[in-house]
Write a protein that binds this ligand. Structure first.
Ligand code: GDP
Length: 224
């Protein structure tokens, strides 16, 4: 596996509302003016979000802390840093579309999600996970709608690509590429099982974190 700055990612805090973030030094500032960038991970529950975060960060249980009771409806922040400095945060957002959740619970999650995605000025990019067998559900489209006015770029991971044959893979990729045409968004295949697409996703996250991986040819990643 290629070494990456992301392998140094550590759990930081859990928050159940945006107002809590101020108190731990995460003001809703403009990231370009000094606030560190945040990259959100979001998707239908069971899309493979925790597995993808763990694989990208080369850790077994990092994102599973988000699944422990009491944390599933929260925003979980992870710090990306090395010995020299902190580069930004990965933010694990609550999975949406829990069939078991009652209406009121779902409404609260939607509100927290929608608020974070629409209002968070430190948000630099969103990784949207979709099961490659069922991409672009109504809830995925709703999420893209939420983000539309903000102009925030989305990178779609079509997960569990190992479960599809070649022609279905090509079709899923084409379907999502067509849907995203003309937007600042991008899409790629991903399989945690086959370790497919890890470096491509890593490149995108480092780009959003402002880490220049191409500056010194021969070096894999700056900052490691
Ligand atoms: P989350 O709810 O979005 O965080 O989803 P999880 O990461 O917990 O994954 C849901 C299920 O899908 C688990 O049983 C994972 O083992 C499985 N899964 C995740 N990624 C892959 C993958 O790339 N390939 C396959 N075949 N299964 C996967």
């Amino acid at each position: 596996m290629r070494p990456s700055l992301l392998h140094h990612t550590r759990f930081f805090i859990t928050a159940s509302s945006l107002t809590q973030l101020d108190s731990v030094g995460l003001p809703d500032g403009n990231w370009q003016a000094g606030t560190l960038p945040e990259i959100a991970f979001v998707g239908r529950s069971n899309a493979g979000k925790s597995t993808a975060i763990n694989l990208l960060c080369n850790q077994k249980r990092l994102a599973f802390s988000s699944k422990t009771p009491g944390r599933t409806q929260h925003l979980n922040f992870f710090t990306v840093s090395d010995r020299e400095r902190r580069y930004g945060y990965l933010v694990d957002l609550p999975g949406y579309g829990y069939a078991a959740a009652d209406k009121a619970t779902r409404a609260t999650w939607d509100q927290l999600l929608g608020q974070y995605l629409r209002q968070r000025r430190a948000l630099r990019g969103v990784v949207l996970l979709m099961d490659a067998r069922r991409p672009l559900t109504d809830l995925d489209l709703q999420l893209l709608d939420w983000l539309e006015p903000t102009g925030c770029p989305v990178h779609v991971l079509l997960t569990k690509a190992d479960k599809l044959n070649r022609s279905d893979i090509a079709q899923a990729l084409r379907q999502v590429s067509d849907a995203l045409a003309g937007s600042p968004h991008s899409v790629q295949l991903f399989s945690a099982l086959k370790r497919m697409g890890v470096e491509q996703a890593d490149d995108k996250l480092l780009e959003w974190l402002g880490v220049n991986t191409k500056k010194n040819p021969g070096e894999t990643v700056t900052g490691v």
